[in-house]
Design a protein around this ligand. Sequence first.
Ligand code: URA
Length: 413
Amino acid sequence: MLSDDAIDWVIDNYTRGRVADEQMSALLMAIFLRGMTPGEITRWTAAMVNSGERFDFTDLERDGRPLALVDKHSTGGVGDKLTIPLVPVVIACGAAVPQAAGRGLGHTGGTLDKLEAIPGFSAELTKTQIRQQLCGVGAAIFAAGELAPADRKIYALRDVTATTESLPLIASSIMSKKLAEGARALVLDVKVGRGAFLKTEAESRELARTMVELGNDYGVPTRALLTDMNRPLGLSVGNAVEVAESLDVLAGGGPADVVELTVALAREMLAAAGIDGVDPAETLRDGSAMDRFRALVAAQGGDLSLPLPIGAASETVTAPRGGVMGDIDAMGVAMAAWRLGAGRAQPGEPVQLGAGVRLHRRPGEPVAAGETLFTLYTDTPDRLPAALGELDGAWSVGDAPPQELPLIIDRID
Ligand code: URA
């Protein structure tokens, strides 16, 4: 068992560069293999919060009232672009969102990589800019920077040492950033299934409970939804392709599962922020969420009038027979997108903004022989064969629809 002093020492000295990556990798692997006690997780998380600044926006007001500061974070999924439509929906309903967002980790995408597909968009915001945006457009989506800097280093190290799929490391990584970013309430989207970091419902439930307790103990009321991640969310997996799909949702269309989860998470955020009597779904119908998104992107230097990037080379996968689209394995699609260049093989490496996979059929939809089921995009054509290989066996066309899976499995608070 790690003592409180040992935890404080190693986090502090690793952040300052006095503990080598090799030594930290060995400790991360030990944690990955053996887990941590609840007491160790609490102390590890606190040490990560204390490794940097903790924002406080409680003095900010709009119309003479304190801002209703609330955020959400996902444990990482495939096609999980939810932040992009969700933030404008909740600010259109009166909340304010300070969001420290991350880059892709392992097979999952990151909000910052996706938003940077918008020409000009910058997530490198100063504290003054964040404060101004919270009072003005109502939200700021920023790179964690000096918040929990221990996480920035540990996150990158986990990515290259195969230690991402660890409950204590996921819980402390997420909660250290979220407890430092200045939100007064938090909603977690905890993923369950093949495309999640933790595959079983039991593990995901434990992760959700651990993070909810960490948040509540810190005085940040926290609740979680357990949601399905066996299949990709929506019909796009990548960076720019996911922004394009988010714009469809903000325009009142988009895939039903993305809309359903956006509205469900928005309801949770609004309830957590103490805002009632507003219907978040209405903001997608009346265009107010789209207006907020445009204002947010413009505030962060982005230009939505310019085209989003799309990979110069593409390849399609077609249906070998007619029938019904079967299950689609989120992990196969994630790995295909990663091979196309949408994710990183080395820390700090640039991602291809235009790389990704478009899905043309959802599980259960009718399929005609020869029709296109997937389109793959990349700027590097020699990546296509490996990506096609990842999709092999990740989908099927059959005679009967696959089992229906509930998108929202449970709620934990
Ligand atoms: N998101 C994070 O910020 N950290 C993790 O470990 C997983 C998802």
